[in-house]
Design a protein around this ligand. Structure first.
Ligand SMILES: *Cc1c(COP(=O)(O)O)cnc(C)c1O
Length: 827
């Protein structure tokens, strides 16, 4: 099937009114870029050439503001933020940059004059997938919001040559293909060849007595890798300020062992280079092998070290010493991946800058804060002590020292042995391992969860002991999303409608969305709202036809579950319910069924076999359901391959129903839930993560809540849950599971899913069967609501109207005030 680049989401029209001179200047600039930088000719240029030329022309508009933002921060000596993240899932940047600069119309008309269409050009851009999912997308939304609310910031991460894999579905099975996002050039980045730091690995540590009689620890590294900076400007809304995303690329210090090469060992002479450069080759190398785990650790230390060296250099260029570092810089650790930074900053301050331990520790704790993103035990990072000693021998010593002092303080505070072993940075239970979450916690003045429920669970469960010992450092910062990307750019039709209805101030202040509330009962407004949805559904229908050759009816209810494939997110619950619906429709084909399209998209981690089975099952169910004539087309199942930011932008405006159905207590926040509710989809969901806060804001009449609560989930697990009994008690569930297990959807291999269903009966740890009946009942409520359009669209309008609080501008202002101590604009 066709795999042409996804069309860019339509760019909002009419928010900026260009004058002729500006259009002409922009056109001249694009032409000059095309001729002198791309080396093309207007009459032969490809859309890709035009994209590069347009992006370069837009970049010129950014550079002056960028310099001005940096100069001003420096001259005003403003405190700034460094956001350390292993992932930045930024997606495409052209429409973002043009939109925030107010140049969309200027660029559109400039290109029109050259016979070129802006949307086609924007659709050429590679989707920068330097992240997996929610965590990386949060970092990208935060970068945009920090620029928009005037917080000086650097994002620090890794410039992966190959980001997240491209997902290809063949025979229903996920295959992973490398995503070569840099292949055709990246017009946004600046290589900073003068900004290179040495990052050390391995070797050994010796103590040396210096002339004044004090002892210093000297790390004699076994290997040095260079970190080279690439900067991408991040433009805020209305060009308010431009911040920097600084990504590190790994380079060998010696590209070639010339002696070996000349002796004829042409491959071996480059092995050191390969080893060094593997660090920034791929996002999340497989970590099933020891070598894979070591590479992960090398990646984490590589970017933490380069970033901290850069932060200290920048500080010292403007200040006399490092004692006041925390007055000028706040460093946010996005999850534990950069947590080794705590030990690295201690090393830099004590070993290199000669600071006393206690003074250095005070600075470190005041500088760092840490965001936790998951409480799943398997996702909490730990590193084996022997590996740490081998890769980072000095850091292991520093971690022991931090731990000794931390445990002494706890002991003095009355902690018993059990509490001490729970709060220790070293887990002694199964081989000695360093707990990176504990290191981040102890080294930070604030630790935050990402939704009210998640932060409460942090306090009550995984971090209860540490929080007690460390004196209540946990705070909540519910996630948010940037409305510029997820409403203005992704859904220009709806945005235009909102501006017409309640005025353009809504573009600057998301709280103004509440002005829509009175319009929720207005029949004419409801119709306009529904018409925007309908147009988006037509576009999605043609995308689905193009991608997977499936025809779907834009008048059907579009029921959407788009996110990483994971057992706790429970795509399986949705698929089983789809099968139950299929069974019911076949049993009573002439009943008045609501036409429905079940839409799935998402990638599974390459080594996560259960998640891949779930993808295959979704595709197998789709193949049978979509071709069954007894359904008369009333049920369709679409698995759209290669979920990424651009695909999300295409699906979200077309969604009627948003599936947020994780096992309660396991989704830290979710942000997909916010994007969909903002665009007016109704949520069917559990009381999990930020769903709880969405429910509070939109009201129980405008959301479909089902299932066990987090507390009930914990009780069920304590009591020992019996899935077989649940299946026996529910005929619809049993019928669906029997159909899957007996091979109805895998006729060529009837036993394909027997193991999956048996496994569920044996150990249903995500409580799919426990929540099935409640979910299935709620899905019937959804269908009956859909049959009363005035009621449905009233709720849809009220969703958009009442989720303004989930803007990441709000989230960033809260971080700025409560964690970072930096000034933000307060509009
Ligand atoms: C928002 C987003 C996510 C996160 O979705 P959840 O439903 O919160 O898990 C993941 N991937 C992409 C591409 C996104 O845009």
């Amino acid at each position: 099937m066709n795999d042409s680049p996804l069309p860019a989401p339509g760019l909002p029209a009419g928010f900026d009114a260009p004058d002729e001179a500006a259009v002409k200047a922009f056109r001249d600039s694009i032409l000059a870029k095309l001729v002198y930088q791309v080396g093309g000719r207007p009459e032969r240029a490809s859309p890709r050439d035009w994209f590069i030329a347009t992006a370069l022309a837009a970049r010129d508009h950014i550079v002056d503001d960028w310099r001005r933002s940096n100069d001003q921060t420096r001259s005003d000596d403003r405190k700034g933020v460094c956001y350390l993240s292993m992932e930045f899932l930024i997606g495409r940047l052209l429409s973002d940059a043009l939109g925030n600069l107010g140049l969309t119309e200027t660029a559109r008309r400039a290109l029109e004059g050259l016979g070129v269409d802006l949307d086609t050009v924007a659709g050429q851009e590679a989707d920068a997938a330097l992240g997996n999912g929610g965590l990386g997308r949060l970092a990208a939304c935060f970068m945009e919001s920090m620029a928009s609310v005037d917080v000086p910031a650097y994002g620090y991460g890794i410039r992966y040559e190959n980001g997240l894999f491209r997902q290809v579905i063949a025979g229903g099975i996920q295959h992973e293909v490398p995503e070569d996002w840099l292949a055709l050039g990246n017009p946004w980045e600046f290589e900073r060849s003068g900004l290179v730091y040495e990052v050390r690995f391995g070797g050994h540590v010796r103590s040396e007595v210096s002339v004044d009689g004090s002892t210093r620890m000297i790390w004699h590294a076994g290997e040095i890798v260079n970190a080279l900076a690439y900067d991408t400007p991040v433009v805020g809304w209305r060009g308010k300020r431009v911040n920097t995303l600084r990504l590190w690329s790994a380079r060998a210090t010696d590209p070639l062992q010339l002696g070996d090469f000349n002796r004829g060992d042409h491959v071996g002479s480059q092995s050191a280079r390969m080893r060094a450069e593997a660090i920034s080759r791929v996002l999340y190398p497989g970590d099933e092998s020891e070598a894979g785990q070591e590479l992960r650790l090398r990646q984490e230390y590589f970017f933490a070290s380069a970033s901290l060296q850069d932060i200290l250099r920048r500080h010292l260029s403007n200040h006399a010493d490092l004692s006041n570092l925390a007055e000028h810089i706040a460093v946010q650790l996005n999850d534990t991946h950069p947590a080794i930074g705590v030990a690295e900053l201690m090393r830099l301050l004590v070993d290199l800058h000669g600071m006393e331990w206690d003074a250095a520790w005070t600075v470190t704790q005041a500088v760092f804060s840490y965001t936790n993103h998951t409480l799943l035990p398997e996702a909490l990072e730990t590193w084996a002590v022997p590996m740490m000693e081998r890769v980072l021998p000095r850091h292991m010593q520093i971690i022991y020292l931090i731990n000794a002092r931390h445990l002494d303080r706890a002991r003095t505070g009355g902690a018993d042995d059990m509490l001490l072993s729970a709060v220790s940075l070293i887990d002694e239970r199964h081989g000695r391992r360093v707990r990176m979450g504990h290191l981040a916690f102890v080294g930070s003045h604030r630790i935050n969860g990402v939704s009210a429920l998640h932060s409460q669970l942090m306090r009550d469960t995984v971090f209860a002991d540490l929080n007690q010992v460390c004196g209540d450092r946990i705070t909540n910062k519910t996630n948010g999303i940037t409305f510029r990307r997820w409403l203005h750019r992704a859904n220009p039709g709806l945005t235009r409608l909102l501006v017409d209805a309640i005025g353009p101030a809504v573009l600057d202040d998301p709280n103004r969305l509440a002005d829509l509330v009175p319009l929720a009962d207005d029949a004419a407004f409801q119709q306009k709202f529904a018409a925007q949805r309908r147009a988006a559904k037509e576009r999605l229908a043609s995308l689905i036809a193009g991608r997977i050759g499936l025809r779907v009816d834009p008048d059907a209810l579009f029921d959407v579950q788009i996110k990483r494939i994971h057992e706790y997110k429970r795509q399986l619950l949705n698929i089983v319910q789809t099968v139950a619906l299929y069974n019911a429709m076949r049993a009573r084909p002439t009943a008045s069924w609501v036409p429905r399209v079940k839409i799935f998209a998402g990638k599974a981690a390459p080594s996560y076999h259960k998640a891949k089975d779930i993808i295959r099952l979704a595709n197998d169910v789709a193949a049978v359901v979509n071709d069954d004539p007894t359904l008369r087309g009333l049920l369709k199942v679409a698995f759209i391959p290669n979920y990424n930011v651009s695909l999300a932008e295409g699906i979200i405006p077309a969604a009627d129903l948003s599936e947020q159905i994780s096992t309660a207590g396991l989704e830290a926040s979710g942000t997909g839930n916010m994007k969909l509710a903002l665009n007016g989809a109704l949520t069917i969901g559990t009381l999990d993560g930020a769903n709880v806060e969405i429910d509070e804001r939109v009201g129980r009449d405008n959301i479909f809540i089902f299932g066990l609560t987090a507390e009930e989930v914990m009780e069920r697990k304590r009591a020992g849950y019996d899935a077989r009994a649940a299946a026996a008690a529910s005929p619809e569930l049993r019928g669906a599971l029997d159909a899957i297990a007996s091979g109805v959807f895998s006729p060529g291999e009837p036993g394909r899913y027997r193991g999956l269903v048996e496994g569920l009966m044996h150990d249903d740890r995500y409580l799919v069967t426990a929540d099935f009946d409640s979910y299935n009942t709620r899905q019937r409520d959804v269908a009956s609501r859909w049959s009363q359009p005035e009621s449905w669209w009233r709720s849809a309008v009220l969703n958009t109207a009442q989720v303004g609080w989930f803007s990441s501008d709000r989230t960033i202002r809260e971080y700025a005030a409560d964690i970072w101590g930096v000034a933000a604009d307060d509009s």
